[in-house]
Design a protein around this ligand. Structure first.
Ligand SMILES: CC(C)(COP(=O)(O)OP(=O)(O)OC[C@H]1O[C@@H](n2cnc3c(N)ncnc32)[C@H](O)[C@@H]1OP(=O)(O)O)[C@@H](O)C(=O)NCCC(=O)NCCS
Length: 175
């Protein structure tokens, strides 16, 4: 039976191994990793899925910011990676992990959520590329995969996405 639990530091080695399996060791070169530089996952919004004592999936969330051309930096939450063990795909684990993270973020009244991923999967959770077309990142990105969830009004059309150490005062780091 699958259970979801908050991510803890003790889970990280097993999750790293799962990420290597699913994304390959070159994953560290991805632009999403540049956005997480120097940050720890946000414990309040990051979860593991377990079956007995086995970790079968996880979602991690990170603090990032959007720096507009003018004005103050806007805090955002970066969601991902979402990963599920290959043998357990299609059981609803990935969706349950995304829903748990989004529910925790919504309950905390936290900032809009950004991710780099497949729109056909993440569209069902309210993510869209509409607001992010002119945002830049610290590396290459396919803008069809730069997806945002949250209020799109009041967001800058132009801006640079950057790592950030603190998004929400209530969001603790994984311990
Ligand atoms: C993507 C991933 C997290 C989905 O997890 P999962 O537990 O298999 O997903 P669920 O069982 O909750 O949902 C399955 C549904 O999502 C769809 N789906 C899964 N991956 C998809 C993708 N990349 N694009 C579009 N749809 C996708 C399935 O077709 C299925 O659709 P249905 O409900 O209409 O039948 C998992 O396949 C995985 O870990 N993949 C490798 C890593 C990865 O690509 N992570 C996402 C990018 S951060």
């Amino acid at each position: 039976m699958i259970s979801l639990a908050p991510l803890a530091a003790a889970h990280l080695p097993a999750i790293e191994s799962l990420l290597d399996d699913r994304f390959g060791p070159a994953r560290h070169k991805r632009t999403a990793y540049r956005l997480r530089d120097g940050a720890s996952p946000l414990a309040d919004y990051s979860f593991v899925a377990t079956d007995g004592d086995q970790i079968v999936g996880s979602v991690q969330c990170w603090p990032i910011a959007l720096k507009p051309l003018h004005g103050a930096r806007l805090p955002l939450v970066l969601l991902g990676p979402v990963v599920v063990a290959a043998a357990r795909e299609g059981e609803g684990i990935g969706s349950a992990l995304v829903r748990a993270a989004l529910a925790a973020i919504d309950a905390a009244g936290a900032p809009p959520v950004l991710l780099i991923g497949d729109a056909p999967f993440y569209g069902r959770f309210g993510f869209s590329a509409a607001a992010t077309r002119l945002w830049t990142l610290p590396g290459p990105v396919d803008h069809d995969r730069l997806l945002l969830r949250g209020p799109s009004t009041g967001l800058p059309r132009l801006g640079a996405l950057e790592p950030a150490q603190l998004v929400a005062g209530r969001a603790a780091k994984v311990a």
